[in-house]
Write a protein that binds this ligand. Structure first.
Ligand SMILES: Cc1cc2nc3c(=O)[nH]c(=O)nc-3n(C[C@H](O)[C@H](O)[C@H](O)COP(=O)(O)O)c2cc1C
Length: 323
């Protein structure tokens, strides 16, 4: 049977139209999990591997296994969640081993490292450079460690880390960033990103040091840090969108951007696409709905794109229109 070349190229175009790339690594869809919920054990990671999440992002790890903070550390809220997990994880060596076990799923694997010192970051990035992961997300923004400020709010400390980790191997390095609220800070961070050849960023981590009070009990809803924790979900979507957009305007075509914060539907996802995200991650909705959320959000996004007449992810990416 002879196959018409045009027909074949149309089919190929359609199949590729919902794919995207982060730092040159191809993702089958625009949506994947975020580091944090339900990605600490091999069983949980295999659940993500078998879902339609387009990548397997692992829990942020530390050098030694870590138990995390004192309960209660997580509360669902009407419009999202507040958490102060304190990085409970099995220690980086386990995640290096998990990556080897997850390779058979043929899906990009992303490590997330959260050092407690510059040396920790160096040791873990080096180990993941020699592992089966495809990308390394360097978490510079955990808001929930007692007496450990978020690294990325201190540009000198950030530079110390970047200096030690940027030349340890060929796998692309990305930074998980906290929200910035002044454009001067986006500019300062963008300069460091360019200087140290950072290939992707993930915007944003939870909005740190929020306080949710239960008026019935007259207490905070979580225990660590006297109730101060990371806010997630709908509450933070406008801040996440603004951070994606600010970095997109500063660094477009130079790096890839993962958007994260408040994504629970295709409509939310489409907003991140317009702002300039190359792909998005989902945390709170995944924790609440389980891994079926990836399929649902993807279906809703495709429907929006179709209705609006966009033929691919690429066509709409960054195309926010100004008033
Ligand atoms: C329970 C929980 C644990 C998290 N742990 C991590 C983590 O280990 N590393 C990290 O970079 N971000 C962590 N985050 C932040 C998320 O990756 C994400 O940036 C944030 O929750 C915003 O996304 P969302 O609105 O979809 O929840 C965590 C979030 C939640 C809810």
């Amino acid at each position: 049977m002879r196959i018409n070349k045009n027909y074949l190229s149309c089919i190929m175009k359609l199949l590729n139209s919902y794919k995207t790339k982060i730092a040159g690594v191809e993702l089958d869809s625009y949506i994947c999990n975020a580091s944090g919920p339900l990605d600490s054990t091999l069983k949980e990671l295999e659940n993500i591997a078998k879902s339609t999440s387009s990548a397997i992002i692992m829990k942020s790890c530390t050098i030694e296994p870590k138990e995390g903070n004192q309960e209660p550390i997580y509360t669902r809220l009407p419009l999202g969640s507040i958490q102060s997990m304190g990085l409970p994880n099995l220690g980086y060596q386990e995640y290096v081993k998990f990556a080897a076990r997850l390779k058979k799923y043929n899906k990009p694997i992303i490590a997330s490292v959260a050092g407690l010192s510059v040396e920790d970051y160096q040791q873990m990035v080096e180990a993941f450079q020699n592992s089966d992961v495809d990308l390394i997300e360097v978490n510079l923004s955990c808001p929930n460690l007692e007496r450990k400020p978020q690294v990325a709010y201190d540009f000198k400390q950030t530079e110390k880390v970047l200096c030690k980790i940027s030349n340890l191997g060929k796998k692309p390095i990305g930074l998980k960033l906290p929200p910035y609220y002044d454009l001067i800070h986006h500019k300062q961070m963008a300069k460091l990103i360019e200087k140290y050849n950072i290939r992707f960023i993930t915007c944003i981590n939870s909005v740190g040091n929020a306080l949710i009070i239960d008026s019935k009990t007259e207490t905070p809803v979580i225990k660590p840090k006297r109730g101060f924790g990371g806010l997630c979900g709908d509450y933070i979507k406008p801040i996440a969108l603004a951070n994606v957009r600010a970095f997109y305007e500063l660094l477009k075509n130079k790096i890839s951007i993962f958007g994260v914060g408040g994504i629970k539907s295709g409509a939310d996802t489409f907003e991140f696409l317009l702002a300039g995200a190359d792909a998005v991650q989902v945390a709170t909705t995944f924790e609440k709905e389980g891994s079926n959320c990836f399929k649902r959000i993807n279906r809703e996004l495709k429907e929006i794109l179709r209705k609006k007449g966009y033929n691919s992810i690429e066509e709409a990416m960054g195309k926010l229109k100004y008033l």
